[in-house]
Design a protein around this ligand. Structure first.
Ligand SMILES: Nc1nc2c(ncn2[C@@H]2O[C@H](COP(=O)(O)OP(=O)(O)OP(=O)(O)O)[C@@H](O)[C@H]2O)c(=O)[nH]1
Ligand SMILES: [Mg+2]
Length: 290
């Protein structure tokens, strides 16, 4: 059949393929959350309800997209890591990013009333931007995750001290900012302890470490495997039948998805959970009801 004379417009669609065999990290970030958090009276520096809501929405995203191997969130941002062998959406950046952003935003609105039952949403509604970045090696990926968690620590220590000075010390924001300028972590710890009797170590893990979401299986003894090296050596996806791929995806889909507040910078976290990098379902633990 003859094509319509309009069909030439298809040629305007440009390729936006993500590099093959790389870890795809989609990071979403709340748009204008400085204003949004004021509008809904988020507690400063951390609002547990707001973080739990972010975690609930992110957990739903991980559950709907079994090719996401791990996710990490802090403040109004979340990073979702697609395994390097993931072939979802033809590895097209726009498709992957828009799917994550829209799924996340939809769930954020869906769960809003669970976490903020007293304050219904009104326009402008919460929205998120997103981007995809490819990381070629396990080291690059781990450094990316470490970067986000280190950022979480730096920001949280700063914000905790800043708001203690204001809320408990009765100091003006500008004055607090001046006091903290050029201070090191040890100085902030000292201010918290000497002025407010706050031991930063005793602050909630969710604030200090952020949140990490993954499928939970039996922990593995570190040193018993070489998953990171083996996965890095894999130059292209292992040839698997579509059946096998579907089966594994289904298995991953059944695993319990947990939200934890762990140190993801240290080796132990990864060494104890080889399935995060191998994408092969681990052993044991109760499977989710289907
Ligand atoms: N009070 C409070 N504010 C929060 C909390 N989590 C995130 N925020 C706010 O969200 C902002 C996130 O920072 P950004 O993403 O850099 O700022 P933004 O206003 O969202 O700007 P864009 O992302 O560029 O649109 C913080 O500066 C806070 O104002 C929270 O738990 N409590
Ligand atoms: Mg933001």
């Amino acid at each position: 059949m003859a094509n319509s004379k309009f069909e030439y417009v298809k040629n305007f669609e440009q390729p936006d393929k993500l590099l093959p065999n790389t870890w795809v990290v989609v990071r979403i970030d709340g748009r204008g959350f400085t204003k949004f958090s004021t509008k809904y009276g988020f507690e400063k520096p951390n609002d547990k309800r707001a973080l739990d809501l972010m975690n609930a929405a992110a957990r739903a995203v991980v559950s709907e997209l079994p090719d996401i191997t791990i996710a990490y969130g802090v403040s109004d941002e979340y990073s979702f890591v697609f395994h390097k062998t993931c072939a979802l959406f033809e590895r097209r950046s726009s498709k992957i990013v828009s799917t994550v952003v829209s799924t996340f935003s939809a769930y954020y609105v869906h769960y809003w009333s669970t976490y903020f039952p007293e304050t219904p949403l009104s326009p402008p509604l919460p929205s998120f931007d997103g981007r995809a970045v490819c990381y070629p090696s396990v080291q690059n990926l781990r450094d990316y995750m470490s970067w986000r968690q280190a950022d979480c620590h730096i920001n949280n220590l700063y914000n905790t001290t800043f708001w203690a000075l204001i809320q408990q010390g009765g100091i003006e924001a500008l004055e607090a900012e001046k006091m903290l300028k050029g201070t090191l972590a040890a100085d902030k710890n000292e201010i918290l302890w000497s002025k407010f009797n706050i031991n930063y170590n005793n602050e909630s893990e969710i604030y200090k470490k952020g949140s990490v979401i993954f499928r939970d299986y039996e922990l593995v003894q570190p040193g018993t495997h070489n998953t990171a090296t083996e996965v890095d050596k894999q130059a292209q996806p292992i040839q698997q039948s579509k059946n096998q791929v579907d089966k594994e995806r289904k298995l991953r889909g059944k695993a319990q998805i947990v939200v934890e507040h762990l140190d993801i910078i240290k080796d132990d976290f990864w060494d104890q959970r080889p399935w995060l990098l191998s994408n092969k379902p681990g052993k044991g633990k109760a499977l989710k009801e289907t």
